[in-house]
Design a protein around this ligand. Structure first.
Ligand code: SD4
Length: 296
């Protein structure tokens, strides 16, 4: 059995490429890192990698992570600027014994020392988008930090299993549009934006990081699968529970969308938004885009 599931339609091309490799006994690590790198390199996906959404100072600060479900190794970078493929740096960090999560300057130093490609990740298109959005919101400089999170920020998160039974998870994002400099989202945080366990399966999330962290939602999904729930039921239970708790305690919940795959390649997805798109490919399913309607 082998398979990959990923958040959003933007994952399709990368998965089409990599699923062939998985079928031919390629590793899930390579498949996820290559498929996410393809999204990072594509300039018109405006919330991941090159062309990503700038922070309030018009800088593109990126978060990314990788988790190996065999040995539970985790690597993550947060707030990294000017490197082409944060997911590759995160994956490399997962191989270190210590210092597995690096932020800002430290992450950039590590990437440089380890020969990763430097690149100005702020595209002309992203600059225009930034100026337009600021005008549209009619916000003075000092007010931007207090605005409601702008919708339209999409993280690429992928999880999957290879023919040897290894499970992994990876993420990459520019995080919230107009975020504060130094803000780190769930995508870099184990248990929140991603989790992988080769004995069970893996999950990854997209949406409002500040809320996703409150429920450690990716870990929660894997925990529910470990208890015997299907990937689909685990996703629904975790999303419904977190949304309910947030509404009860805070009065509102940010966007929450998740995908998961069990070690057997069975998959699930759930969302609090209309038409959350995700991509699946496994032994039975050629790379395909699906939509989650609200409530399944
Ligand atoms: C974050 N969860 O940084 C990310 C953004 C995202 O869909 O996924 N948007 O909060």
């Amino acid at each position: 059995m082998y398979g990959i599931i990923a958040t959003w339609r933007m994952s399709l091309e990368g998965i089409c490429e990599e699923i062939e490799d998985l079928k031919n006994n390629g590793t899930i690590e390579n498949a996820l890192v290559n498929a996410i790198s393809a999204v990072e390199d594509f300039p018109y996906y405006k919330s991941v990698g090159y062309g990503g959404l700038p922070n309030e100072e018009m800088e593109v600060e990126l978060d990314a992570a990788f988790m190996n479900g065999d040995n539970m190794a985790i690597g993550a970078v947060a707030g990294i600027k000017d490197f082409a493929n944060p997911v590759k740096i995160a994956c490399q960090l997962s191989k270190e014994y210590l210092n597995n999560m690096l932020v800002g300057n430290g992450a950039e130093k590590y990437a440089h020392k380890n020969g990763f490609e430097r690149k100005n990740m702020l595209s002309e298109r992203a600059k225009i988008h930034y100026h337009n959005k600021r005008k549209e919101l009619q916000l003075a400089e000092k007010e931007i930090g207090t605005m409601k999170a702008y919708r339209g920020h999409d993280t690429v998160g992928m999880v999957g299993v290879d023919t040897l039974g290894s499970v992994a998870a990876a993420t990459s994002t520019s995080g919230l549009f107009l975020k504060k400099q130094g803000r780190v989202g769930d995508s870099a945080l184990s248990g929140s934006g991603f989790y992988a366990d080769s004995k069970v399966g893996a999950a990854t999330a997209t949406g409002l990081g500040e809320d996703l962290m409150k429920g450690c939602i990716s870990y929660e999904i894997v925990r529910l699968m470990k208890q015997g729930h299907s990937a689909q039921l685990a996703c629904e239970m975790a999303v419904n529970e977190l949304e309910k708790e947030l509404i009860e305690r805070v009065g509102e919940a940010g966007d929450i969308s998740v995908v998961a795959m069990s070690k057997n390649g069975e998959f699930g997805a759930a969302s609090t938004i209309e038409n959350f798109s995700f991509v699946v490919a496994n032994e039975q399913t050629p790379p395909s885009v699906f939509l989650v309607k609200r409530d399944g």
